[in-house]
Design a protein around this ligand. Structure first.
Ligand SMILES: [Ca+2]
Ligand SMILES: [Ca+2]
Length: 481
């Protein structure tokens, strides 16, 4: 997670806490409503009449239980500004492994946009001593369909677990963290995105920065009566767990990313011709960083126009914005291909591409005059050494180079390459380019390592040709320090 995103969440949570006192009066009204807008804020500073009562008859602020669970008032205690939940031996044991006692819930209107379910836990005693005790938050209608984010004792130590009960299949993500076992405070957030039907998990320990846990697609959200709350579970153990919830919130969250990614640019561009068949790299540049598990040869692929299996290829990215499909073998010459990115490709917060993207191009035919090929990268002691191999049929005397452009490649760190190519130097380069079929250039580049792209446009007789960008990797060399 980026530093800026961390600070946003920290700031928002602190802001939420600051608002709690002022909103206590409002929450009484909100908690009583059956389909409240997502603005529930509980700080447990006092009883909330008319809500689920603790062992002393004090309203906790929660308005119900998760679906098919049982209420055990004796295990709830409001006091000291917190709600203490004790889950005793045997809960969630077979023959009813999905049952969760003391999963307290509120109902919120999930039709009005994204909202965040949050809790701040001050662990009690005993705390996370035995697998699989856990405490945290959830969203979802019942124990057959929910997503929870919990501090948990796993088989190998304490961890954060994000768990989805079926909808459509049971799945779990684990984030091992020893600090969870000794924390004095754990903050948990589930960002509920009813647009893409996705739930995103984040957590922080002892007021530190938030960590991304990941996301799950989840269908049972976005209804007029979504269910969210706290869950304190004690599966497969006879040891009790005690969790003190200092605050709970289910509030509208305009910071949740509900914007679907789009594809901003491709190479080759749609309907390109004369694409180099050998060593062709097909790229898709998205509007934002993508989840790397969702941009794969299954979701980004190349197929021959007219039918046929996808071309065997690998898919990779260094910045998670621009993704490159590299065919395992050269493409057929003079053939038309279609590149496709499916709606299984998702951004980092789980929003899928809104519609599938496709674009087609045609490779160069044999014997045609194509783009120059081959770039040998440097650097040498004196700079970068490029070797351009021109097409065989190009006659040096008829070749007119129109431009030679160095630019920063996406994700590259090299700077001001263009400034290094002076007008005088530029003219000299062009002269050399037009007089040799194989041209070696020495270009002084910046001192920083990184990537640059090189694109050459030139006239081959009357035909204007522009090469596709070559990516050149510049490594740090002694002479450059
Ligand atoms: Ca409190
Ligand atoms: Ca997005």
């Amino acid at each position: 997670m980026t530093r800026s995103a961390r600070s946003v969440h920290t700031f928002r949570w602190r802001t939420s806490l600051a608002l709690l006192a002022a909103l206590v009066a409002a929450l009484v009204v909100a908690a009583r409503a059956t389909a409240a807008a997502p603005n529930v804020l509980l700080d447990f500073s006092g009883p909330v009449p008319g809500t689920v009562a603790d062992g002393a008859g004090q309203g906790t602020g929660f308005t119900g239980m998760m679906g098919n669970t049982a209420l055990l008032p004796a295990n709830l205690a409001l006091g000291g500004g917190a709600l203490k939940v004790t889950t005793t031996a045997g809960s969630a044991l077979p023959p009813n492994p999905a049952s969760q006692n003391n999963a307290l819930a509120v109902t919120v209107d999930g039709t009005s946009g994204a909202y965040a379910v949050q809790a701040s836990i001050v662990p009690g005693t005993p705390w996370l001593t035995t697998p699989f005790q856990d405490a945290g938050i959830f969203v979802g209608p019942n124990s057959g369909s929910y997503v929870k984010l919990v501090a948990q004792q796993g088989p190998g130590g304490t961890r954060i677990e994000m768990y989805r009960a079926p909808d459509p299949v049971t799945a779990a993500k684990h984030f091992a963290d020893p600090a969870v076992g000794t924390a004095t405070r754990i903050d948990l957030i589930l960002q509920v995105n009813p647009v893409a039907k996705v739930v995103v998990g984040k957590y922080a320990v002892n007021g530190g920065g938030f960590h991304d846990v990941g996301y799950f697609p989840f269908g049972d959200i976005g209804t007029p009566s979504d269910t969210a709350g706290i869950i304190t579970s004690n599966a497969q153990t006879t040891q009790s767990i005690v969790a003190n919830y200092d605050a709970f919130a289910a509030v509208s969250d305009p910071t949740t990313d509900v914007t679907a990614p789009t594809i901003a640019a491709t190479t080759p561009p749609a309907n390109a011709t004369q694409v180099t068949a050998s060593g062709a790299a097909i790229t898709a540049t998205f509007s934002e960083r993508m989840d790397p598990t969702t941009v794969t040869p299954q979701t980004f692929f190349l197929t021959p126009v007219g039918g046929g299996a996808p071309v065997p290829a690998s898919v990779s990215s260094s910045d998670r914005i621009t993704w490159t499909l590299t065919p395992a073998t050269p493409l057929a010459a003079g053939a038309q291909y279609t590149a496709t990115v499916t709606t299984q490709a998702r951004d980092r917060e789980g929003n899928p591409l809104a519609t599938p993207a496709t674009w087609s191009f045609t490779t160069a035919t044999p014997g045609q005059k194509g783009a120059p090929g081959g770039v040998v990268t440097g650097p040498t002691k004196k700079g970068l050494k490029l070797k351009l191999r021109w097409p065989k049929r190009v006659t040096a005397g008829k070749l007119a180079v129109l431009s030679l452009r160095f630019a920063k490649a996406p994700g590259g760190s090299i700077v001001t390459v263009e400034r290094k190519v002076t007008k005088k130097r530029y003219k000299a380069l062009l002269k050399r380019l037009v007089t040799k079929k194989v041209t070696t250039l020495k270009v002084a580049l910046g001192k920083k390592p990184g990537k640059v792209t090189l694109r050459v446009s030139y006239k081959d007789g009357p035909v204007l040709r522009v090469t596709k960008p070559f990516t050149i990797t510049v490594v740090r060399a002694k002479a450059h320090r």
